[in-house]
Write a protein that binds this ligand. Structure first.
Ligand SMILES: [Zn+2]
Length: 320
């Protein structure tokens, strides 16, 4: 088990919002040293640099573009970050994608601009119902923070909210969203959901919305989210329903996966049934911070270990 340092050391250029977080090596979970404005893990000889103050702990690239392409797009974003507002920044970003159809670009931009409503809904779920806690959570982690809609909605409600994403470019765009909300740069870390660079039990709550379905190993991502939660912490999961007849939230097509026959409703051991319906796009789930819960939720959501059997909906559900 890895424990947090009392006084973690960081490169000088790191975002101020990250200074009291103790990182560990995402590969071997060893302690990190600082050298030449980067983190260095002696046990596995890994080096993790910073880009614009954000640590880069990725151990593999995101599923859509290479690390080199992500670096190129990050430079584009950084070049206009101080000058452009969020809308113009998104327009500028998508103007450099020559493989995305124009109508889809427009939908992606609109979706990002309206995303703060989704962030506020997640905050409401955390503060009510099954996620309500007797003490206000101190540290909250978002796995897959994208353009920062939850980070902006949750800022000020908790002592610290840390956003993570495998795309460095989105993390920098989320800085612009925070500034337009009158907030300082959020605590942002670039990493893989399957290899979080945090010590065990660092966070009181974790949130992951519309991210699990894009990970290489969703089961490992669930286990990592559980590992970094303190005992009794909650993990709010929200994933796309690939059986829905409603508009697919990514391709914007109706009934995209309706031809796939759903199986019987999955059942949690000691919990209720996952009663998904075909007209719901997303489902939110609570995962308690224990490995057995991780395993049960994983088997329930992905009974054949493939994404095609995921049957989420919009409701919240407690997994005990
Ligand atoms: Zn290491």
């Amino acid at each position: 088990m890895t424990l947090q340092k009392d006084n973690p050391s960081h490169p000088d250029t790191i975002l101020p919002s990250l200074r009291d977080i103790a990182f560990v090596c995402p590969l071997c979970r060893g302690e990190l040293d600082v050298a030449d404005q980067a983190y260095r893990c002696e046990p596995c000889s890994s080096t993790y640099p910073l880009h614009g103050g954000i640590p880069d702990f990725r151990v593999f690239a995101d599923p859509y573009i290479s690390l080199r392409q992500d670096a190129q797009r990050t430079e584009l974003v950084l070049g206009v970050l101080e000058e452009y507002d969020l809308r113009r920044l998104l327009d500028y970003y998508w103007s450099h994608s020559d493989i995305t159809p124009p109508d889809l670009k427009a939908k992606f931009i609109r979706n990002a601009l309206l995303a703060e409503r989704r962030g506020r809904r997640l905050v409401q779920v955390l503060e009510n119902g099954p996620f309500r806690q007797s003490a206000i959570p101190r540290r909250v982690l978002e796995v897959g923070s994208g353009t920062g809609n939850f980070l902006v909605a949750a800022a000020g409600r908790y002592e610290q909210v840390v956003g993570t994403d495998i795309a460095m470019r989105w993390l920098h765009i989320s800085r612009r969203r925070a500034r337009e909300a009158g907030q300082a740069d959020p605590a942002l870390v670039c990493c893989c959901a399957e290899h979080l660079p945090f010590a065990d039990r660092t966070f009181d709550l974790a949130v992951s919305s519309a991210t699990l379905e894009f990970t290489r190993e969703p089961g490992r991502a669930l286990a990592e989210g559980s590992r970094v939660l303190r005992n009794g912490g909650g993990f709010l999961l929200n994933t796309a329903n690939r059986y829905s007849i409603a508009v697919n939230p990514y391709a914007y097509l109706w009934g995209l996966d309706i031809c796939r026959a759903p199986g019987n409703p999955a059942t949690f051991a000691g919990g209720g049934k996952l009663r998904s319906t075909w007209c719901e796009c997303f489902r939110s789930e609570r995962l308690n911070s224990s490995r057995s819960s991780t395993s049960r939720l994983w088997r329930s959501l992905f009974p054949t270990s493939t994404m095609s059997r995921c049957k989420p909906s919009r409701r919240s559900h407690v997994c005990k």
